[in-house]
Every structure is written in C-alpha cells, then in structure tokens.
Design a protein. Sequence first.
Lengths: 99, 508
Amino acid sequence: MNISWYIVLSALLFTIGAIGILIRRSPMVILLCLELMLNAGNLALVAFSREVGNGQGQVFALVVMVVAACEVVVGLGLIVAIFRRKLPLDVDDLRELRG
Amino acid sequence: MAGEGFVAPHVDYAALAPLIALTVGLIVILMSGVFETTKRWAPGLAVLTLGATAGLLIWHWNEQIDLVAGALRIDDLAISISLIATVTAFFTVLLSVRERAAEEAGQGEYYALLIGSVLGMVLLAEAENLVTFFVALETLSIPLYILCATNLRRERSLESGLKYLIVGSLGSATLLYGMAFVYGATGSTDFAGIAHGIAAKGMLHDPLLLIGIALAAVGLAFKTSIAPFHQWTPDVYQGAPTPITSFMAVATKAAAFAVFVRFFVVALGPETGDWQTGLAILAAISIVVGNVGALRQTSLKRLLGYSGVAQAGYMLGGIVVASEKGISSLVFYLAAYLFMNLAAFAVIVARERETPYGDDIRGVRGLGAERPALAWSLTISMLALAGLPATAGFIGKLYLIEALVEGNYLWLAVFIAVGTMISLAYYLRVVAAMWMTPGQAVAGGPGGPEPTPVISGASPEVDPVDPRAGTRWYLVAPAVLAAAITVFFGVIPQPLVEFASHAGASLF
C-alpha cells in the first residue's frame, strides 16, 4: 500500500499548525494549531504503522490523543485564569517579560 | 497483528519501586490537601516521598534491568539522573516553605504537582521506547506548566505559564513528528529495535530517517533550552515562582539530557556520523548566544536563564562525542550544576522576600556586609558557574573539554573555553555588586529605600516583605549546603567522578 499521500497530508497539517502558532495572536487559536500539529503526528504514525505492518504506531497514536487532551485542559485552564484577571487575551499584549 | 492472544508482560515490581513510591506519595499528598488539619503536612509528606524514592533508587545501583517488556530500563544512567532530580526536588521543597505561590495554589496541589513532575523525570530517565519517552516527557512538563502559573495574582506568573505551555507543546509536537518518521523508517518504537533496524537495513543517509532525527533534535533542543530554540527560557525563568525556576533549571535539564543521551547514543547509535556535526553546531550557537545574552541582564533570574542556555551548550558537547567519557562528563557536569545553581537560587529567594527589588541585581547590593553567609554562597556559586578552580564547575568543564579533545572536536572545546571567558564578565558583576557596593538597609527599616513596587499595577501583585528572610534556616541552610558541596567536589572530586563514570559505563 502506498502511503505517500497520507504523509504529504500530515506534512501539510504540521506546516499549517506551525505557521498558525507563529502568526496568530489569540491563545485559543494557538491551542487549536498545537492540536493540528499533534494530529499531523498521529496521522503519520497510523500511516507508517500500516506500511510497516505492526500495531506499535497505532498504539502510540492512541496514547498521543490522551496526552493532547491533557495539554488542552491545562491550556484552557490558564486562559480562563488570565481572562479572570481581565488581562488581554492576546499573546502580543502579554509582554511583561522581555529583555 | 492478529492471531496471537494478548500476553501480559512480566512486571518486576522491585525495580519499579521508585516509580510506585512517587505515585503513592503523589496521591497521599493530594488527599492531604483536602482536609484542613492535614494540609500542613504536605511539605513533610513530599520530603518523605522523595527520601523513600532516593533510597529505592540507591538500592538498584549497579543493576541493569529491562522493565515492562522493554518499555523502561533501570541502569546507572537512569538512577544517577533520577537521583539528581530527586535531590533538586528536595531543595525546592525547602525553598517553597512560606512561598506565596504554594499558599496561593494550595499546599496539597502544589507539592503533588511537584512530585508528579519528578515522577515524569524518573520515567523519562528510564524510558527506552518512543511511547514511554513521549508520555514521560509530558508527565514532566504538564505539572510544570501549572506550577509556573501558580502565583495566580501575579500577571507575570500567568504569562510565564502560558508561554511555557505554548513553547513546550510546540517542542513536544515537533518531537512527536520526528518520532513518527523515525518509526516509519525503522519500523520499531523500541530504542533497541530502532538501532537494529538502522543497522539491518543499512539505511545511512536515508532521507526519511534524517528528517525524523532532525525534528526530534529540534524538539529536544526546545526542552533543554538550546539556542536557537531558547527564547522562552529567560521569560519563563523570570516569571515563574523562584523555587519552581530553580527546579526547572536543574531537574528538567537533567532529565531531558538523560533521554537525549539514550535516544541518540542507543537508538541512533549506528547513525552517529549523521547527527554529530549538527549537534556540535547547536552546542556552539548555544554557548555564544547564552553568554552574550546574559551580559546585559539586570534581573538575576534572567541572567541565570541565559547562563543556563550557555551551560546547556557545554553539556551538549558531552553527547556530541558519543563516547563513554563524554556521557560521564555530562553526568558529572549535571550533578555539579545542581549544587552550583541551587546555591544561587536559594539566595535569590531570600533576597526576593526581604528586599523590595524582587530578583533585580540591586537586591544583592551590599550583601557581603549584611548577610555574609548568603553572600559567600552566591559568590561560590557564581565562581563555580564561571568554572574557576577549586569548585566542581571547574572539574566538570575540564572533563568535558578532555572528552571533546579525545573525540576530535577540538574546535568545540575552544568554544567552551572562549564562552567561559565571556561568562566571567556577568558572573563577576554579581560578585562585585555584593562585595563592592555600599550596603543598604533592609526594606521597611529606618533609613531604608522607599519600597518601590517591582511591577507597576495593583498592590496585590507585590509580594509581602519578610525582613528576616535572609536569616531563616530553610533558606540559609540550602544555600550554604549547596555551596559547601560545590567546593567539596571541587577539591575532592573522586566520589562524584566515580558516580558519573558508572552512569557513562552503563550505556556501552
């Protein structure tokens, strides 16, 4: 089975996610882009698993989903904490720390 | 895939004992935070857990066992790095006594998250499979994202938590994508299987594998704060509560370097020629960027952040040569780095609480006259980080340079030497501020300076001043102890050399 299209799609998703993190300013969208990058990894894992012919890649992809969910929970929690302090929800305005 | 039934792997509970101790400790501490009466026990329970873990780790010293169907491996490298993480966490518990962040977040939650992060570090040092590697890395990181933001009322703390989460997850995602390619090229998630796959298929210079290695290296560089992937380091170090910064600076670096070594030397060992030069260039960039960046910092935590970037560059040199000596010198340096850095952070915590300047360098002015014990600790720490003789930092750099010269990386050794010279400029600036500028009365005292808020904004952001913080045992003892150990291993390095060479030998 030829998996090259799946790899091309996952590379596209990964790039879109990476570019999104660099240019978007809302932490919510950045979290979405992170999910996109992790899922690009999942797609590549499952595709490779099919090509290699063992299930290790699929198991890995399942584990990654759990980890991704944990990350989003913490990320959203932090965004809520920032929102409650009435700070701007914009990563360009969070610039107390620099130099 | 199909056909064979599910067979449960043999589980060696004795070798898993350190991990079990940490997990049990984590749950007990979390439960203790629920009740008003048991809340105060959380720090004590954390110390107990860490002590039990250290004991169980030492019990397995000199053993080499593969655990849980080869997902984990306990050997001297894993044990030495886990011990470094455990000792760092112990110091962090002491520095967190009466810390605003711990009270803000709740004692139980704060210490449970800390132990959770240590659990991830021990797991990471033992990881021998891409899946365990990734899960352990996240177990380590996710509690740290929260701990950075625990000082909920300070904007900086929240900002550093969010920044660390975004950059850390970006690093993890890149690493995961690299792992997927390594798996695709070699057909195995097991480190030994990857090495076997590379050797069997004769796939040197295979593009799929090279993409995987490059992406994995970038992901790990984010975690170990190696330039040019270091930009988050000074920001997060400055914004996080200082005890957490000290924990991140030492323990995270040690655990990430442990898996860096295992992944590159064990799994990608047959490919050494392909990644050596790339890592050497990253090391050189880190040394230059870290040392030059630190020159113009006025915040001590930012200064130590940039210095950490440079030190990560020195340590990466130990992986570049991929020899037993290189790994031993890396472990030696990590152990020395633990004590040098913690002495400095203990003093910063004390000064943050007793002066109105926060972690600004003005806070240590005249410290020599005011608090000699703290001043000597910080002086020893700065001189050791700069690598002056009679400190553990000097011996560590000496071994690293020796390993690099033997591994035919003379040019990188020259970079370390030049970097050390540049670093003297900013380390000595701190020493000069302590001993050569006139003293100041402690804030609030008669004749003292007006307490100027460090951050503009509402008053709840300013941490309360404890004018006697510089004499509290839980801050002075760690500072003096860490400084004393730094000097001890600088004069009598033999025990630490023995410790490190065991770790190096366990991989070859």
